[in-house]
Design a protein around this ligand. Structure first.
Ligand SMILES: C[S@@+](CC[C@H](N)C(=O)[O-])C[C@H]1O[C@@H](n2cnc3c(N)ncnc32)[C@H](O)[C@@H]1O
Length: 802
């Protein structure tokens, strides 16, 4: 499925490039131009992703040593437990013995010295690093492959099937019996590599196609013998570390879809996979899943602890909490479960039947799926968004310009984003929700490459008319505040920061609504929403939590856990439009917000102004470039404190770090950073605060290592509230924040060879080793917050203290 935000996996940290001036948007003085990558990046993961913690060690049950084992408390974790009946006795391989072929604990060691000594774990599994563990894993994987193979077909819905040749001859009819899909190909390969490989395997074929980024390729054959040869020579063949899989192909035509529909997901299944489960069960499932991540943190912290040093108390006591690294307080439910999204990104493409459609794509592009289906029965989509999607679909059906074909990289209409802003006040029930929508922003993404300017201008005029008339024809009339076009030429719909925007005037309606725009008064693209009775101005590409009422609860929780007061300096890291800092500003002395998206920062500044808030400062920069400097600048370290952490605790954090005097870091400078500066240039007298707290709310990729290092090594930062839309990266970041420091001698070499094999938790463990000596944080409590009912995703909040 999915909106690109759901399907297209977010990249890691974005790079900022100077924004281009959007053709028709007049920026206000001092306002940076809209320039962000689609905020969807920060919102939702791939539909295929679930909230299941993955680890290098798939073992679901952690051997939890006795918490009251005094020997362990003093760090002698290798000694045999007093209780010889310990069910975990010799169920894991001893890493010393493996490396050194000996272990000082000898036969007393609770870990197995070699495969012969190894016992099964109480959950009937083998140590995953052992030969038997690896064998079991391989068998499980092949069982899964067999299961997958039972389906025997791949839902391939690309237009490539209509024109298998690159000549652009769309009339070629492809016989599905003579077409096969090859899966598990290297994603880097393109058609030429695939053709070469098939030829080398002695398989004749008519045509082969593959796009970079996909792990599937499509091959057509002249006759049944060639197909047979392909199956014989390629099925199961190892390429890299994968084994090829040959499947049948489901083409787009109605005829071929008959009887095979069973394999095709609906938009509802793709976007809201939990929709058929009761909400209570969804909450239970998510809470359990967050609990698994808390256990994963414990496991990894245990592994990451320097040998010979005591395990942190929170690891030792984790057994009392069933392995959880801290108490999981529960899950905060969404007061609204239907139509809760204030932002929906609808892809534009061909449906399975080949009809231009506005909706959700049914699978991942990498798997060869680009079919788009209407957002029917997707309970997270609001009625208003659904209606705008159908209005747009009716319009593009008649448009002379084509819908986007991701496989061919051609077409014009790509995506419709519907963003809604509510009236102020409290929602009483779900029925109320739609009537609360006061403003709507429509953003249409197109690709204008090779198109005729005059034709495009006419199409935009027609489109604006279609939206205005559609809105008026609906009962009740739909709000329509602003219409923006985003021009984007990239392969996926996630637009780069400098994708130009232009405002399209909405024609005046008979009843006089939308008058502002026809008078050209509307020169800015923005809508407004309310959080905790504060008004927020939101520009087209700025991030804003998609479930506003639940976000209010999330922010209040973060504020409560942060233990704020008038003498608190609050760092709002990755602040977007300033929502967290501004809603908590009345509870602290000062807020410093850090955000890399210039238009979001501009929104944040505006939001402070319109709400009469004067104790917030917003810094436009990547957090990794300024976090350390800001801490130094705003938080003095007393001589005693300075003496406490070892000398390297405050070492230079990032080679690109710099601060401008104006505190509004120039995007150009970030791209071409000046040489590192040891000392912060700004000599302005900063107010000093007793209590320093950070609330971090990073994108899915988590915090940059330089930010983690800066937070961890600043002795005055005692409390950290981590809000995460991706528990996997929260766990990885928490490993680095909470693992005891290694001695200089044990820091090991910094060669990152072999990193590719490590998962993100493994990488974090490795990075924790080279963390400058500093007091670690400890996880205190965690809470799940369900911002995304009916989906697999869930927000997680964790309080860290030291
Ligand atoms: C999950 S959103 C949270 C925004 C805000 N706290 C809120 O609740 O609305 C993450 C934000 O981090 C910003 N961001 C992403 N990478 C960043 C970085 N390296 N430095 C600073 N901000 C970043 C994104 O632009 C986005 O606004």
């Amino acid at each position: 499925m999915a909106t690109p935000s759901i399907n297209e996996l977010p990249s890691t940290t974005e790079t900022l490039t100077p924004s281009q001036h959007p053709t028709n948007i007049t920026p206000t003085p001092n306002e940076p131009l809209p320039m962000e990558t689609s905020s969807s990046i920060n919102e939702l993961p791939s539909a295929a992703e679930t909230l299941t913690p993955s680890d290098n060690t798939p073992d679901p049950v952690e051997p939890i040593p006795s918490s009251d084992n005094v020997e362990e408390a003093v760090g002698e974790k290798r000694k045999r437990a007093d209780d010889v009946k310990d069910p975990w006795w010799k169920t894991s391989l001893c890493s010393y013995f493996r490396k050194e072929a000996s272990c000082s604990h000898g036969s007393e060691c609770k870990y197995a010295h070699g495969e012969e000594e190894l016992r099964r774990k109480p959950n009937n599994t083998w140590d995953p690093t052992s030969v038997r563990g690896k064998k079991a894993k391989a068998m499980k994987m092949s069982e899964e492959e067999v299961k997958e193979k039972d389906d025997g077909e791949v839902m391939f819905t690309e237009q490539m099937m209509d024109s298998i040749d690159d000549d652009g001859d769309d009339s070629v009819v492809v016989d599905p019996l003579l077409t096969k899909c090859i899966s598990h190909l290297p994603v880097k390969w393109q058609s030429d590599e695939l053709k070469k490989y098939i030829g080398e395997q002695g398989v004749e074929f008519k045509s082969a196609k593959k796009r970079k980024g996909m792990f599937v390729g499509f091959v057509t054959f002249e006759n049944a013998e060639q197909v047979q040869r392909c199956l014989e020579n390629l099925e199961g063949k190892a390429v890299g570390n994968k084994n090829l899989k040959i499947s049948d192909v489901l083409s787009r035509t109605n005829k071929n879809m008959n009887g095979t529909k069973k394999s095709v997901k609906s938009a509802r299944e793709a976007v809201t996979p939990l929709a058929d489960m009761s909400y209570a069960d969804q909450l239970e499932q998510k809470k359990t899943s967050i609990g698994q991540f808390l256990k994963k943190l414990t496991r990894n912290a245990r592994k990451a602890c320097p040998n010979g040093s005591s395990l942190p108390e929170w690891v030792l006591t984790s057994r009392d909490r069933g392995g959880l690294s801290c108490q999981l307080e529960g899950i905060i439910e969404s007061p609204i479960t239907n139509g809760y999204r204030n932002k929906c990104e609808f892809s534009v493409g061909l449906s399975i039947q080949g009809k231009p459609t506005v909706g959700f794509s049914l699978g991942n592009f990498s798997a060869g799926v680009t079919a788009v289906e209407e957002p029917v029965d997707c309970p997270n989509v609001s009625k208003i968004a659904f209606l705008y999607a159908s209005i747009f679909q009716t319009f593009i059906e008649k448009s002379k310009l084509q819908v986007w074909n991701r496989f061919k990289h051609s077409g014009f209409w790509r995506q419709l984003t519907v963003r809604e802003g509510r009236k102020p006040g409290v929602f009483s029930n779900e029925e109320d929700a739609d009537s609360r929508i006061a403003e709507v922003m429509l953003m249409v993404q197109v690709c204008t490459t090779d198109s005729d300017e005059a034709e495009v201008a006419t199409e935009f005029e027609e489109m604006a008319k279609a939206f205005a008339e559609g809105a008026r024809a609906s009962s009740p009339t739909l709000p329509l505040t602003v219409l923006v076009v985003q021009d984007h030429t990239g392969i996926s719909n996630v637009a780069p920061p400098d994708a130009p925007l232009r405002l399209v005037p909405i024609p005046m309606l008979d009843n006089g609504t939308n008058q502002e725009q026809t008078n050209n008064v509307m020169t800015e693209a923005r809508i407004h929403d309310y959080i905790n009775n504060l008004r927020f101005s939101i520009s087209p590409t700025a991030f804003f939590q998609v479930n506003t009422v639940t976000a209010e609860k999330l922010y209040s929780l973060a504020g409560d856990w942060a233990d704020l007061g008038p003498n608190t300096l609050l760092f709002d890291v990755c602040c977007g439009t300033g929502t967290i800092g501004l809603t908590l500003a009345h509870r602290v002395g000062m807020v410093i917000g850090i955000e890399m998206n210039a238009s979001a920062v501009s929104d944040a500044e505006r939001n402070a102004k319109i709400n009469g808030i004067s104790n917030c400062k917003f810094i436009c920069s990547k957090a990794e470039d300024v976090m350390s400097s800001l801490l130094k600048q705003y938080v003095g370290v007393s001589q005693i404190e300075e003496a406490k952490p070892p000398s390297n605790a405050n070492e230079q954090i990032s080679s690109t770090e710099e601060m401008s005097n104006s505190e509004h870091v120039d995007v150009q400078k970030i791209q071409n950073p000046p040489p590192p500066q040891e000392e912060v240039q700004n000599n302005e007298q900063k107010p000093q605060f007793e209590n320093v707290v950070a609330i971090v709310d990073p994108p899915r990729s988590g915090l940059h290592p330089a930010v983690i290092k800066a937070l961890r090594t600043h002795p005055r930062l005692r409390r950290l509230v981590y809000i995460s839309c991706n528990p996997e990266t929260l766990v990885a970041n928490a490993i680095e924040l909470c693992t005891p420091s290694f001695d200089e001698a044990d820091k090991g070499n910094k060669s990152y060879r072999g990193n590719r094999k490590l998962g993100i938790a493994g990488l974090a463990r490795r990075r924790a080793k080279s963390m400058p000596t500093s007091e670690p944080f400890k996880p205190v409590k965690a809470m799940a917050v369900d911002l995304f009912p009916h989906t697999d995703h869930c927000e997680m909040v964790m309080l860290l203290e030291r």
